[in-house]
Design a binder for this molecule. Structure first.
Ligand SMILES: NC(=O)C1=CN([C@@H]2O[C@H](COP(=O)(O)OP(=O)(O)OC[C@H]3O[C@@H](n4cnc5c(N)ncnc54)[C@H](OP(=O)(O)O)[C@@H]3O)[C@@H](O)[C@H]2O)C=CC1
Ligand SMILES: CCCCCC(=O)O
Length: 469
């Protein structure tokens, strides 16, 4: 296939020519690169990162520190701690029939990789896979979102500071840039974004049989049963829902609550919201803005759709289009065809559905696509086990939310429509590695007894081997 007319082919070719030099960097060399990234984001560029994300969509410094910078530092510390083991030869047992051989497997780099990342946690969701890719010994081309230009420019500076373009390069650009890059025969593509675009990426990857990791989104349900500690559940859900103003892939998308505790939940929710953001939410410095007018309009359309179907606005509902601001809003009595119950909300609106029995709640969840996250608030182990055993999800938190995305020992990712492949820690390292099996013939063993010609004596030996070994 001739890629020479592709405007990024020259860069791709340089990385391809450089891939074995990068691949053969030892443990110390790879951790040195990771430590350089850690220093850049927690010292050299920290203020620029904070300012850039504030200028992109008023992300509070505290949230930048916690959900962007800290997440990457944790990922790097984790990789540093375990990379030597991950990179080692992993010996395996030898079956008797293969007597005379020894076997092991090792993780080898996939080669030249592409990372396409979204706008909502741009540093975290670009550098987290980058840490895994570097730990696994790959070269990387990065295409961040055009929708957060300030942080993309800072990330470009960091990458240019630390890497030659034949190892890691960041290309700023629009959708057309992604589409042009997707035509190239990358060894692996790590995409984070919507299921809609995930399908486009997977289709493009198929043309070159590039392997993919798809970190997608979806409607993450939160079940609250009658045994839940309501006050505790509300505090966690208000935090998880309005962190990044609901623009979080693992945010609780909607609530399924036992009908007997709905009113208590609403009352407690109102109190908690005021405690976090005061009554004057629009001027709170503890909540970011909706990214842009497109997303603002999308959310207002959801609200108008709900009102047109006589849904109940339990909390909030006020907006200010000049500031892309929508109050944290809780809505109940939504009909099944309400748009809020159909597409991922990705913003500060929380639909509430009541249920009579757990079966009803589980059947509703299973009528939808498999979610990225499923949350359970309950103090009844039987209920918790029943939900876990009768639903499917990429990740789950019990009596909390979001935290499963911050434990580097856990695999992070979706299932089917919410994604494929996993990231974070060892799982991210594996995504950017090919597991190579190796068997070595050390001395004469059994196997040559089964070579042709197949005499009756050999057939007897084969029968014995199958029966006993
Ligand atoms: N599983 C996870 O870890 C996460 C999943 N998500 C999901 O991502 C979505 C929100 O992020 P968002 O950025 O809006 O997602 P999009 O899918 O719209 O965009 C993701 C990336 O793909 C690029 N892109 C957009 N359209 C195309 C196209 N037609 N061809 C090639 N590339 C394209 C975007 O570029 P540009 O922005 O420049 O247009 C961006 O870099 C939500 O669904 C959310 O659930 C978000 C965070 C984490
Ligand atoms: C708390 C950090 C979450 C990052 C990925 C997301 O849910 O969008």
């Amino acid at each position: 296939m001739d890629y020479s007319n592709n405007r990024y082919f020259d860069l791709f070719r340089k990385q391809k020519e450089n891939q074995y030099k990068v691949a053969n960097t030892n443990y110390k060399g790879r951790t040195k690169k990771l430590v350089a990234i850690k220093h850049a984001i927690e010292v050299t560029y920290k203020d620029q990162i904070r300012e850039a994300l504030y200028n992109d969509f008023k992300k509070p410094f505290a949230e930048t520190d916690l959900t962007e910078i800290y997440q990457i530092i944790g990922e790097i510390k984790h990789a540093k701690k375990y990379l030597k083991s991950w990179m080692s030869n992993h010996k395996v047992s030898t079956p008797l029939a293969l007597f005379g051989t020894s076997s092991w497997y090792k993780y080898e780099p996939k080669g030249v990789c592409l990372i396409i990342s979204p706008w909502n946690y741009p540093l975290n969701l670009t550098f987290d896979p980058l840490v895994s890719a570097i730990a696994a010994g790959n070269t990387v081309i990065i295409k961040p979102s055009e929708l957060t230009p300030n942080i993309s420019s800072v990330m470009a500076k960091i990458i240019k500071d630390l890497f030659h373009e034949n190892e890691v390069a960041l290309i700023q650009g629009e959708v057309e840039t992604s589409q042009e890059l997707l035509k190239l025969p990358f060894n692996h593509i790590f995409f984070t974004g919507s299921p809609k675009v995930g399908k486009i990426v997977m289709e493009a990857a198929a043309k070159n049989l590039s392997s993919v990791t798809l970190e997608l989104g979806g409607k993450s349900p939160t079940i609250i049963d009658e045994t839940a500690n309501i006050k505790s559940a509300v505090k966690k859900i208000v935090w998880g829902k309005f962190l990044n103003n609901g623009q979080t892939c693992v945010a609780p998308d909607y609530i399924l609550i036992n009908e007997t505790i709905k009113d208590d939940f609403i009352q407690s929710f109102k109190t908690q919201l005021e405690h976090f953001f005061t009554k004057d939410v629009i001027n709170s410095n503890s909540i970011c803005r909706i990214l842009n007018s497109d997303h603002f309009d999308r959310l207002i359309n959801h609200l108008e759709n709900a009102k047109s179907k006589n849904a109940t606005i339990e909390i909030g509902g006020k907006s200010d289009s000049d500031k892309n601001f929508l109050e944290p809003t809780v809505i109940s009595n939504l009909p099944e065809d309400a748009s809020l119950l159909e597409s991922e909300i990705f913003g500060p609106i929380l639909p509430i559905k009541t249920y009579k029995t757990l079966y009803e709640a589980i059947n509703y969840i299973n009528s939808k696509e498999k979610p990225l996250s499923l949350y359970i608030y309950s103090s009844n182990k039987k209920n918790i086990d029943f939900i876990l055993n009768n639903t499917r999800a990429g990740t789950t938190c019990i009596n909390n939310n979001l935290l499963q995305a911050s434990n580097h020992y856990l695999p992070f990712g979706g299932s089917n429509n919410s994604g494929m492949g996993k990231s974070h820690g060892f799982f991210g390292f594996q995504e950017f590695s090919n597991t190579r099996a190796i068997l070595k013939q050390n001395f004469k063993g059994f196997i040559e007894n089964f070579y042709p010609p197949y005499t009756s004596a050999k057939q007897k030996l084969i029968d014995l081997t199958i029966k006993w070994f």
